[in-house]
Structures are given as C-alpha cells and as structure tokens.
Design a protein around this ligand. Structure first.
Ligand code: SF4
Length: 356
C-alpha cells in the first residue's frame, strides 16, 4: 500500500506565472509539491498527459523545428513515446497506450497539424518581425520566472502568445443572469505576469497579450501596466508569506472542491483528509477498514467506516485483496473513485490509488 512518509517542507525559491494562480488558491499545494520534489502522489487523467505532448508539439512548430508533415508525424510519435515511457517508470502503465485512453486523440492530432499547415501557408511576415519561441524571462530578484511560448516583436509592436491545449474560456453569469464566455481568470493573470517579466527585461511593456488554442482561435487579454505591476507585487508577497509559513510552522490550506479536485498531493494533505471525514462530495474516501470481500469474478470490495457512515468501494482489482485484508481496522484513503448511484457507494477506476 502506498505511504506518504514524513513531509520535509522546503523553501520555494521562485514561482512561475503558470503556477501563480494555483498557489494563490491554495499555497499549501505548492508547499507539498516542493516537498515532494514536484513528483505527484496521484496520477492525473490521460488527457492531461496527452496535453503535455500537444503543448510540446506547438512549441516545436512555433520554433520552426517541425515544418513538414513527415517531421510532424515522426516528432509526434516520439513525444507520445517519451510520455508513455515516463508513465511506465511511474508505474502508471494502466493508461498506456495514450491513444486508447485519451478522449479525441485523433481529432486533437488533426487540429494540431493545422498549426503546421497554417504556418507553411502563411505569407512571409514583415521582414522586421522577430520571433522568439520558448523565451525564458525572470524578474531581476529572480523570484518570478517562466518561459513564454512565443514573443513576436514587430517594430514598436510586441505580442506575447501563450498556447493552450484545453479550453481557454469559461461560461460566467453577468448581473442579469445571462451567461457569456470569458477568458479564464488564471490565464489572464498568467499573461499579465509575463507582461511584467517582459517589461523588467526590456524596459518596455508588450502591446498585445494573446492566447491561442488547439483550433488556432486567438483570444486577446486586455491589460494595464499598473495591473501587471500589482499582480507581480502580489505574487512576490505570496511567495514570502508561503515560505514564512514553513519557518513559523503554521500552515493554511483551502480545501474546496475546485481546489482539491485536481490537486495531486491530496494524500499528503491533512486539511483535505480532515475535510473527507465529513464531506462526501469528492471522488475520494477515507475510513477504517471494516471488511474486505473477494468475489468469484475476482473483483474486490472494501467496506470502510467513516464516522457514522459506512462506505463501500467496489471493483478493486484482486491483487489489492491481501493488502486490504491485512489493513483491517487501519485508517486508509482511496483516491480517484467513481460515485455510484447509491449513496456512499464508489467504484474503482483505472487511476484509483490507495494510501494508508
Ligand atoms: S488537497 Fe486541497 S487543501 Fe490540500 S493542498 Fe491540495 S488543494 Fe490545498
């Protein structure tokens, strides 16, 4: 059974613009990530692993390292292979091959290829335009740093572009109750931090901040220089206060569904585990093992006691039987389950993991 072990908190030396929003929502998550050397304690969905392939390919295309369809196919296969090999090393071979486990694998590949065609079909840009793909920027105090996907400088015009392989917008309600689509707040703040980093390094602010998705749709993010300055100050302050919590030994977390759902350090988070004792809305459960049953088809069910509630977890693989049986009366937590129709009944999925 998986164990978390002793947590040795470490100071976070710097944060990236892409990390800032998540840290703002729960700084404890960033501390746990640092303590575990950024090695997640839970697998993410296969789509997220595939997202890293898509993003890498977009970087290579924008860099001009992938120009022809042959290059594309070769490099795409190589990137998928690399991710799959890493998954195997981490013991997550149950989501390999990615092609069989990722939703819309083929469609996403086709969309990605369109970036390649669009690039080759483009008329030559103004000769004054300079392209800087994957450009690293850091603040002078080195506290905030990150790689910008693409910077395009055309005379006095400077555009910062960030590629996203998932949805860039989300539906929000206005004052009258109507829904409208808006660029996600986390992406707006990420780009404004990039704008500040660009300014610190060049003494100029960019003129345009853009997000480009897999379907090549471009979304602009409006900004002001004072907004970018304030976000930078807030990010620095957040870094100081987060590191200070290690010295003081007083930690704060924010265990909400939105924050914790995709947090890969849930097994190590005492705040989250406390929340699980009374909140059954998550796809994770925690309790003391009361009974373990192995059925004729090999499936295993475990019955947990959580306060007054009895929780049933079904469809666990037969190789879990012995260790669960040896854990009777022990407190365990099971992550990445699927809720069944009946209350307090959950089923194991491919990514389910058990921690004691
Ligand atoms: S599980 Fe939730 S509360 Fe705990 S660190 Fe992760 S996001 Fe924060």
């Amino acid at each position: 059974m998986n164990q978390v072990g002793k947590i040795e908190f470490k100071k976070i030396n710097r944060i990236s613009p892409s990390q800032y929003y998540s840290m703002k929502n729960c700084a404890y998550k960033s501390l746990l990530a640092e303590a575990f050397g950024k090695k997640p304690l839970l697998p993410v969905s296969p789509n997220a692993y595939f997202g890293t392939v898509l993003h890498k390919m977009l970087e290579l295309i924008s860099k001009g390292a992938v120009r022809s369809e042959d290059d594309f196919n070769k490099m795409f296969d190589e990137q998928v292979k690399t991710v799959e090999e890493n998954l195997q090393i981490q013991g997550y071979d149950f989501i390999i091959p990615l092609q069989m486990n990722v939703k819309d694998f083929g469609m996403k590949k086709i969309l990605l290829k369109k970036h390649l065609r669009a690039l080759s079909e483009q008329p030559p840009k103004a000769s004054s335009a300079k392209y800087y793909p994957e450009k690293w920027f850091e603040s002078k105090d080195k506290l905030i740093a990150g790689k910008i996907d693409l910077v395009i400088e055309t005379g006095a015009e400077v555009e910062i572009i960030d590629f996203k392989t998932g949805a860039i917008t989300q539906d929000v309600l206005d004052d009258t109750g109507e829904t409208f689509s808006e660029v996600k707040q986390e992406y707006k703040e990420q780009l404004k931090l990039y704008a500040y980093l660009y300014f610190e390094n060049t003494d100029n602010y960019p003129t345009l901040l853009s997000l480009v998705d897999l379907a090549k749709q471009k979304f602009s993010v409006s900004f002001s220089q004072s907004e970018c300055n304030s976000i930078y100050d807030e990010a620095k302050q957040l870094l100081y206060s987060t590191n200070e919590s290690i010295t003081k030994g007083t930690f704060f977390a924010n265990p909400t569904e939105a924050n914790c759902k995709y947090c890969l350090y849930r097994p190590a988070c005492s705040f989250f585990l406390k929340q699980l004792e009374t909140d059954y809305s998550f796809n994770d459960v925690s309790g003391s093992v009361k009974n373990v049953v192995k059925y004729q088809n090999g499936n295993v069910s475990v019955f947990l006691q959580s306060g007054e509630k009895q929780i049933t977890v079904t469809s666990l693989s037969s190789d879990k039987y012995d260790e669960l049986n040896e854990s009777r009366s022990k407190q365990i937590s099971i992550y990445n389950l699927r809720k069944e129709v009946s209350e307090f009944v959950f089923a194991a999925t491919k990514t389910t993991m058990i921690y004691e």
